[in-house]
Write a protein that binds this ligand. Structure first.
Ligand SMILES: [Zn+2]
Ligand SMILES: [Zn+2]
Length: 295
């Protein structure tokens, strides 16, 4: 094989990776600017250095830049499997139409009907997959998200690729297969990214009486505490009422969460080591599978 024919796909792949990096960077910079401003005016949940001086920042940045690339390629693969496996569509024209018009029982609904259905449906799927990743066999992947001891908004993309694909990205794939238009998913992507970053921020915000409707930083930070505190609760990504319905809601009054991380002193700190962690370590099953939190 001529060297040039070998180089063409490699250059093409590198160009696509570069494009994915470039498209993700503005969002990260906007989030960084927002949370820098907020850190000067709002009260922190825990005494800690500002996010730009947090321990493990480099690892967070690696996840922030690499995970969106893995997600986009992995999602395309999952969507392809769904289109062929569920609907048996292999004709390129029909695949194009699938993305242009949506396909499935919800595709006939208008954009604004699909928006609330997508938000609630996605959160229900994410609740289920999140709980699944707290079970024994999958916990080793999800432990990476929980290993962050210095929780900040920039930790929101700390997910092992397996966790990211079959927990987070799978939610969008399921909704797409049900007929939600890709336009709806793309339109709400900034909201989902912003919400995910916000709930990890070091802020003492509970949203008061609206805290049961929308996930707050305190709500999700409880989820990052030990399993015998709040770590066995608050699985919902956006709507805590789902936890309320399934008996996993935990928001003790007058107390703020603290003490994050997993019960493994040897847990690797670096990005590459963490990617390999599930291969050589099998941490004890998370007790959340058998115990519901005290209310
Ligand atoms: Zn979790
Ligand atoms: Zn989290």
């Amino acid at each position: 094989m001529a060297l040039s024919s070998l180089l063409i796909p490699i250059v093409s792949l590198l160009r696509q990776v570069g494009d994915a990096l470039a498209s993700n960077l503005p969002a990260m910079l906007e989030l960084a600017a927002c949370f820098t401003l907020v850190s000067f005016v709002a009260t922190a949940c825990n005494a800690a250095p500002p996010w730009w001086r947090k321990p493990g920042l480099l690892t967070d940045i690696c996840y922030s830049l690499v995970l969106p690339i893995i997600t986009s390629y992995g999602s395309v693969l999952l969507i392809g499997l769904g289109i062929v496996g569920l609907y048996g569509i292999t004709d390129p024209a029909r695949i194009t139409s699938f993305f242009d018009d949506g396909h499935g029982p919800l595709a006939r609904l208008g954009f604004w009907f699909q928006v609330p259905i997508y938000l609630v449906g996605l959160d229900l799927v994410l609740y289920a997959t999140h709980r699944a990743f707290h079970h024994a066999r999958l916990w080793r992947y999800h432990a990476i998200h929980h290993a962050s001891e210095h929780l900040e908004w920039i930790s929101f993309r700390r997910f092992h690729p397996v966790d990211q694909l079959f927990h987070s990205a799978l939610g969008d794939v399921v909704m797409l297969m049900l007929g939600i238009s890709p336009d709806v998913i793309l339109w709400l992507a900034p909201f989902n990214v912003g919400t995910s970053a916000l709930v990890h921020a070091n802020l003492d915000w509970t949203f008061g009486r609206f805290g049961v409707l929308f996930a707050s930083p305190v709500f999700h930070r409880w989820h990052h505490t030990a399993a015998d505190r709040g770590g066995s609760s608050n699985f919902a990504a956006t709507f805590p009422v789902i936890d309320l319905i399934f008996g996993t809601y935990y928001m003790p009054k007058g107390v703020l969460p603290d003490g994050y991380g997993v019960d493994d002193k040897a847990f690797p700190k670096g990005f590459i080591e963490q990617l390999g962690y599930p291969l050589w370590r099998n941490p004890k099953p998370d007790p959340t599978t058998t115990r519901l939190p005290a209310q």
